[in-house]
Design a protein. Structure first.
Ligand SMILES: Cc1cc2nc3c(=O)[nH]c(=O)nc-3n(C[C@H](O)[C@H](O)[C@H](O)COP(=O)(O)OP(=O)(O)OC[C@H]3O[C@@H](n4cnc5c(N)ncnc54)[C@H](O)[C@@H]3O)c2cc1C
Ligand code: SF4
Ligand code: SF4
Length: 1008
């Protein structure tokens, strides 16, 4: 069933009888070929059901055509269990509802595609939560968590997934629906299957007693011990048998979950956190067993390598430093996060004190940072949760590989085990970074291996030695992430022949035709089978002459030292572009919804295709010849890139730094060369070039502005150019900043008149403010002058300087370089003198610090980047400097009238990406009485020309409706501050409200 005609038949029949989306094209299948493991298998087809009925139909058609089935949630598994040659059914888009909550009984019933964080957000009002707090809580689905028997950081207190699932309704391989719950209530097929498994458990009782790992963290195989518990923690407190537990951890190989009944826990009212700083890793490991006796709800490890990597990441640095006793001293070798939680705050404070005393008794006085403040704790937990991703940010082909990353050993052996395994790593020329669940003896460690070279051989050798250690310490080889492909073959090793045979019998009883996720748990492939891997020795990248400079990614690393070779030495035939794309490890963090910017197009569509991960996978497959011919310039890649708004949310929030906005520019540069630009693209791209001429032709600006007033004209423009008639267009001004009579100071003026001690600043007038909202630049200049600065606005006789952003956004990199060079030639005159360059439009001024550094523009670009600031960033920076007598320019000179008015701030995505939103709030606070609030918003959706394009207008508005427009609607009297001209326009089109640039707000309140 691999021939295209057969997969088309499958699709045709499912689509005929259901409302499901079904995909058979190589792009879609390629995007579902991977999870967060090293494996890759292109599925037969992909089905995205809209409801339960669609799944029933898909299962039936697949059964009739003998096509294997692979249920999927977020696809964040680490062992390859979510990859396979099957019909992949993605529950996460629609099949994700909360069906019911019984607060009294503390029971929730959910569909399998529901994401854990979304469930917990809905449970908050009941003061309840589902406590299996996996690190991937923002993207892991309940179905996937049950499929893997996932475990959270607090499993020492709450147990694993299996301890918290009360019932499962599932489709069996036959298509029949069965309810799995308490055995005493079981009926029909569930009862028959339960009894069969019970007989097997009886038959193999001796082997179960002897071979079954006794640690809490054992997730391998099927839970044959439900009839005679072998775990530290009973499956149920009352000891009764629940048949749903048989399905938990079955990795989609026994049944397809339709709904899950979950046992909820009360939300703890208070938490305290002790962060212990260790100067020796061994001491940290050795202490865990003693700390566990204090009754914490979590003990989590973060080692030095991870602390150092985290401190290099702008998103994490400040938070990590709150956990350190002395941030100026050498980084501790390890920290342990010890959490106490409950309803009695005083008792928790006492537990924290006990921890401090214990550490002193263990010879480590003054080693505990005591955190009682909830927000500080939350921030630190977020960083711990990002642990793996921080580690995966290592550039080069050697990557930390998961295959023994969650072996669990009893706490008393933890220190010995970690020492011995570290020795094994060095024997094979590598090392591992350690982190995670010290409380339950499950430490995550991934040795760095290069799967394109000898990685697979080393992986097997290390796994074999690790297995000996796990057996020696009576641990579990698979303690958290499941079996999948990396650990499937170790099930037999762990449990012995008889139990392995029993697993086979269970599988056969549930799934006689071997249709449900075949090759997982029973009859697994070899872990080092190259044909199942994403990267392998025959993986090849097509040569590519890139438009941007990706050499920083074109490097190799040293597995032992993690040192990275110089830029450009990585032997990437695509000059570093493919290595940048391959940084995506499929962890799915871009599927989160809660906070931040990434990824607006996914938030609206919930399509894998319109997700940072989906785009990175599409590019990777294209660059490595796994899609159609000429794939990089194909429709497949174009479609995947289409809704990327270039917001740079991923640049900052993707833990491995996948910067899709830049990748889109690179892609477009090739695509446009092959296919050319449409007239509309040209109009947008070359706007800065012709704008000047329009203002010079008498009457033309007025004529063009008619388009906004005459609906028929707008429709005509839409028909001819594809610019949405629903949009207003920026209004042409005849008096622009460049032809304004106001005299601003030039460098020569400044020098000749020798304003000794005066401070000159350059106010860079971008096309949008300069041409359509020159009053913003006037306001900025007036504010700066009121503070005592001399302001220079660059202009040239035949037009104005432009950063080239509109050209870049359309992939016209060569043309953009010409504009950029001209601008740099001009600005570097100032930068050389240390004169600050200030911009109002975040997208423009920040491109000088971002894209310019990847355009091969040399030292000039570096120098100008160092002197470029957003308007408010400059004011905040200056405000922090003590006023100097030798010149009187200082923001302290600004005197503002007081305000009572509510002020809401929408941060431009690029301000967020560069962490320069805070200055907007700080500078607004210079106005007496001002209490500006930041709107928790993703991208506004306008994103340059994107929202004007007829085919994108609707989705652009949907992006705005995620949170930006509702927040503004709820504040009818508020002043709305938005520094991005696109954002202001979007707010205007969406609500008819006029948002203001901060410069205008400051000017408004300036005392005369
Ligand atoms: C950075 C990172 C951190 C992680 N941290 C943790 C952690 O702290 N704890 C932890 O336990 N795991 C962790 N994991 C592993 C993974 O995120 C979890 O196992 C998660 O629960 C998987 O959820 P998912 O929705 O992505 O499942 P998927 O990967 O989509 O599916 C997992 C398995 O469940 C099966 N499945 C999915 N839906 C159904 C259904 N409806 N019926 C039957 N079977 C189904 C699938 O076939 C598959 O075998 C981490 C992974 C990453 C990348
Ligand atoms: S793009 Fe980034 S966040 Fe998304 S899956 Fe890839 S690595 Fe993770
Ligand atoms: S730039 Fe924005 S829209 Fe594009 S992939 Fe990144 S987060 Fe998504």
């Amino acid at each position: 069933m691999n021939k295209p005609s057969e997969s088309h038949l499958l699709a045709e029949r499912i689509q005929k009888n259901s409302a499901a989306e079904v995909y058979t094209d190589i792009g879609s299948r390629g995007r579902y070929a991977t999870d967060a493991s090293i494996y890759q298998t292109i599925p037969i087809a992909v089905c995205v059901p809209s409801c339960a009925n669609d799944i029933t139909v898909a299962l039936q058609v697949a059964r009739e055509l003998q096509v294997p089935i692979l249920p999927r949630g977020g696809g964040t598994s680490q062992c390859g269990q979510t990859t396979g040659p099957a019909l992949v059914i993605d529950n996460s888009k629609h099949f994700r509802n909360l069906i019911s909550v019984d607060a009294e009984e503390k029971i929730a019933v959910v569909e399998p595609g529901m994401v854990l964080d979304h469930l917990n957000a809905a449970l908050k009002k009941y003061q309840l939560w589902f406590p299996v707090d996996v690190s991937t809580s923002g993207q892991a689905t309940i179905g996937g968590m049950a499929g893997n028997n996932s475990c959270g950081s607090r499993s020492i207190a709450y147990g694993n997934m299996v301890h918290n699932v009360a019932g499962i309704e599932a489709w069996l391989a036959s298509g029949e629906l069965a309810s799995f719950g308490l055995m005493e209530n079981a009926k029909g097929e569930a009862l028959r299957l339960g009894q069969l498994v019970q007989q097997l458990a009886k038959k193999y009782q001796t082997e179960i007693d002897t071979n079954w790992p006794k640690v809490l963290r054992r997730v391998a195989g099927y839970n044959l011990d439900i009839f005679h518990n072998q775990n530290e923690k009973p499956y149920r407190p009352d000891g009764k048998v629940n048949l749903a537990h048989l399905l938990v951890g079955s990795e989609g190989s026994l049944a397809y979950f339709k709904s899950l009944q979950l046992q909820l826990s009360p939300l703890p009212q208070h938490k305290t956190l002790g962060v212990i700083n260790f100067v020796s890793f061994h001491a940290a490991m050795d202490s865990a067993q003693h700390i566990a006796k204090l009754g914490p709800t979590a003990i989590e490890l973060v080692d030095r390598t991870m602390l150092d990597l985290g401190r290099q990441n702008p998103e994490f640095r400040a938070v990590i430093e709150t956990a350190l006793i002395d941030k100026n001293a050498a980084t501790p070798e390890a920290i342990l996060l010890v959490e106490f939680s409950g309803d009695n705050h005083n008792a928790l404070i006492q537990q924290l004190k006990d921890l401090v005393t214990l550490m002193a008794d263990l010879g480590l006085p003054n080693s505990v940072v005591e955190m009682t403040q909830a927000q500080m704790q939350k921030n630190l937990w977020e960083v711990r949760k990002a642990g793996l991703n921080i580690m995966m940010s290592l550039k080069g082909d050697g990557k930390p590989v998961s295959f023994i990353e969650d072996c669990a050993v009893p706490l008393e052996h933890l220190a010995e085990y970690t020492n011995a395994l570290t020795d094994v790593f060095s024997k094979y020329g590598t090392r591992g970074t350690w982190y995670a669940h010290a409380s339950v003896g499950t430490l995550h460690v991934r040795p760095i291996l290069d799967m394109r070279k000898d990685g697979a051989q080393k992986m097997r050798a290390i796994a074999e030695e690790a297995a000996v250690l796990v057996r020696k310490y009576k641990g579990a080889f698979s303690g958290e992430h499941g079996d999948g492909i990396s650990r499937g073959e170790w099930i037999k090793w762990q449990f012995g022949d008889h139990i392995n045979q029993a697993f086979g019998e269970i599988k056969h009883a549930f799934d006689p035709q071997n249709q449900l996720n075949p090759g997982k748990i029973v009859n697994p492939p070899k872990m080092d089978d190259y044909s199942l891997m994403r990267f392998h020795p025959s993986y090849k990248v097509n040569p590519l002459q890139t438009s941007l400079d990706w050499s920083a990614w074109n490097v190799q690393n040293d597995a032992l030292t993690e040192a990275v070779s110089p830029a450009g030495t990585g032997m990437d035939p695509a000059q570093g572009f493919s290595k940048a794309v391959e940084m995506c490890n499929n962890n799915g963090h871009c599927r989160k919804f809660d906070a931040g910017t990434m990824c607006p197009s996914y938030r609206v569509t919930r399509d894998e295709q319109h997700l940072t991960r989906g785009r990175a996978n599409t590019l990777r497959l294209a660059l490595s010849n796994q899609l159609e011919d000429q794939a990089l310039v194909s429709k497949t890649v174009k479609d995947a890139m289409d809704l990327c708004v270039g917001c740079k949310g991923c640049k900052r929030e993707c833990p491995t730094g996948v910067d899709m906005a830049k990748m889109k520019i690179e892609f477009l540069s090739h695509y446009q060369k092959e296919h050319g630009l449409s007239l509309r693209d040209r109009l947008f791209a070359y706007l800065p070039t012709y704008a000047h001429h329009i203002t010079k032709i008498p009457g033309l600006p007025t004529l063009l502005n008619l388009r906004n007033r005459i609906p028929l004209l707008a429709l005509l423009v839409e028909r001819l150019l594809g610019i949405s008639a629903k949009r207003s267009l920026p209004q042409w001004q005849t008096k622009t900043i460049w032809n304004s009579p106001h005299n601003r100071y030039g460098l020569e003026d400044w020098r000749m008149k020798s304003f000794a001690g005066q401070k000159l600043v350059v106010l860079f007038a971008d096309t949008f403010n300069g041409q359509f909202e020159s009053e913003n630049l006037e306001a900025a200049a007036e504010v700066l002058e009121a503070a005592g600065y001399w302001v220079n606005i660059p202009r040239k006789p035949d037009g104005h300087y432009c950063c080239g952003k509109t050209l870049l956004s359309n992939g016209l990199v060569d043309e953009a370089k010409v504009q950029a060079k001209e601008l740099l030639d001009h600005l570097s005159i100032y930068a050389k003198e240390g004169i600050p360059i200030i911009g109002l439009e975040p997208a423009c001024i920040l491109s000088l610090r971002d894209e310019y550094l990847m355009m091969g523009l040399g030292e000039q670009a570096e120098m100008v980047a160092k002197h470029s600031f957003t308007f408010e960033e400059f004011l905040m920076k200056e405000a922090a400097i003590q006023p100097n007598n030798s010149h009187h320019a200082h923001p302290n000179n600004l005197k503002f009238k007081a305000t009572q008015q509510e002020i809401l701030v929408h941060g431009h995505c690029h301000q967020k990406a560069f962490e320069v939103v805070q200055p907007v709030l700080e500078v607004l606070k210079m106005i007496p009485g001002a209490n500006p609030k930041l709107i928790e918003s993703s991208c506004c959706g306008m994103a340059g020309s994107f929202g004007y394009e007829a085919e994108h207008e609707k989705i652009s508005m949907q992006m705005a409706e995620i949170s930006l427009l509702p927040s503004i609607r709820n504040a009818p009297q508020a002043i709305i501050v938005a520094d991005g001209s696109s954002c202001r326009h979007q707010i205007h089109d969406g609500l008819g409200r006029q948002a203001l640039h901060i410069a205008k707000v400051l000017k408004m309140y300036l005392k005369e």
